[in-house]
Design a protein around this ligand. Structure first.
Ligand SMILES: NC(=O)C1=CN([C@@H]2O[C@H](COP(=O)(O)OP(=O)(O)OC[C@H]3O[C@@H](n4cnc5c(N)ncnc54)[C@H](OP(=O)(O)O)[C@@H]3O)[C@@H](O)[C@H]2O)C=CC1
Ligand SMILES: CC1=C(/C=C/C(C)=C/C=C/C(C)=C/C=O)C(C)(C)CCC1
Length: 315
């Protein structure tokens, strides 16, 4: 009897949450205030990281900016200070666990407890698996996936004490479905998605309902990170690369609404769902038709000469 009652209650909840999600597509919930919150953004010297910093500054959040590129990070700090908020920039190599823990200690001592953590930094090897040095493949996992463990372990305890906070994971559409020749990146972003979901479950199970989580999964964004990546010309007109500012503004809307997940643009939910529903071969023919299968080949040609954290990828 109890089981039937619980089953009915569960179905009512399921219906409620589906309806709520549909209504929220049209009527956005009132955004929460982050005025005075301490927000840490990783990869803040990069394109999306800088825009996240400026958007959070606009909302009145105090900022802690982490990046391995000191000059780019300081530039972001300068720009954000113009919005009249306190900003501290730290040079951190996220691929090194101790560098993360040391910087976190410094932040706690010099600034205070972080209440919003935006895990945004990311890298990609940009090489075919068999031609890619092992260290480059490892670095993608360290920065895009392992660093999520270290930053979260460093800042979640203080959020738990106050049952207040927000952890944002900037993953990717390539954390939901895949394409050829980005094995390192897809593995790291699928890892990031899994990390995010498990953490979100843990917070619910432990009744830390004041700590929110948001997963951000964008399609190609015009930041240069994936320059050259393109799908079939005719389809590109329908799904063009995203503007960085649009991507960050859509992400901010989701974060401030305490939304659990956002795919940008919304059409990206379709290949995500299709991957789970259709047979593998059916997905393959759709990818082939849309030019999704070979979209990374021109990117890989481009990426061979790029550098990150002072390391040359063209060795
Ligand atoms: N651009 C795109 O098409 C998409 C991007 N994303 C994700 O969005 C996020 C931001 O990307 P985007 O702004 O385009 O990329 P950027 O390369 O512009 O920014 C990433 C920043 O992270 C920094 N970084 C890299 N490695 C480390 C490290 N070891 N320690 C500290 N900082 C590091 C980079 O420094 P440096 O420049 O020295 O490497 C850079 O400043 C990433 O997680 C990316 O995977 C998701 C979907 C699409
Ligand atoms: C595979 C595939 C597509 C292309 C996806 C691309 C090109 C994604 C690129 C994402 C990037 C660069 C993410 C970075 O984090 C379509 C045409 C949408 C649908 C069919 C399957």
């Amino acid at each position: 009897m109890l089981l039937i009652v619980e089953l009915l209650l569960m179905l009512i909840d399921v219906t409620y949450y589906i309806l709520r999600a549909v209504v929220r597509v049209v009527f956005h919930p009132r955004p929460k205030s982050v005025d005075g919150e301490l927000c840490l953004i990783t990869g803040a010297g990069g394109v999306l990281g800088r825009l996240f910093a400026l958007e959070f500054a606009k909302e009145g959040a105090r900022l802690v900016l982490w990046d391995c590129d000191t000059v780019a990070n300081e530039r972001t700090a300068q720009l954000a200070r113009k919005q009249g908020v306190d900003v501290r920039a730290y040079t951190v190599d996220l691929s090194k666990r101790q560098s993360v823990y040391d910087a976190a200690e410094k932040v706690r001592a010099e600034v205070g407890d972080v209440s919003i953590l935006v895990n945004n930094a990311g890298v990609v090897a940009g090489r075919r698996l068999l031609e890619c040095p092992d260290e480059l493949l490892e670095r993608t996992l360290l920065v895009n996936c392992h660093a999520l463990f270290w930053t979260t372990k460093a800042f979640l305890p203080q959020m738990k004490v106050r049952n207040h906070g927000h952890i944002v994971t900037v993953a990717s559409a390539l954390g939901l479905f895949t394409t050829a020749c980005v094995e390192d990146y897809c593995a790291s972003k699928f890892g990031a998605v899994g990390f995010h979901e498990s953490l979100a479950h843990e917070l619910r199970v432990e009744n830390n309902d004041g700590i929110k989580t948001t997963l951000v999964c964008p399609y190609i964004v015009d930041t240069g990170m994936f320059s050259g990546c393109e799908i079939r010309k005719e389809i590109r007109k329908l799904i063009p690369p995203l503007e960085p500012l649009y991507t960050v503004q859509r992400s901010m809307k989701a974060i401030l609404a305490d939304q659990e997940m956002i795919c940008i643009p919304r059409i990206i939910y379709v290949p995500f769902i299709a991957r789970a529903l259709l047979p593998w071969e059916a997905n393959v023919v759709v990818y082939r038709f849309m030019g999704g299968d070979k979209c990374m080949l021109p990117f890989i040609k481009n990426a061979e000469t790029k550098t990150s954290c002072g390391e040359s990828q063209a060795s």
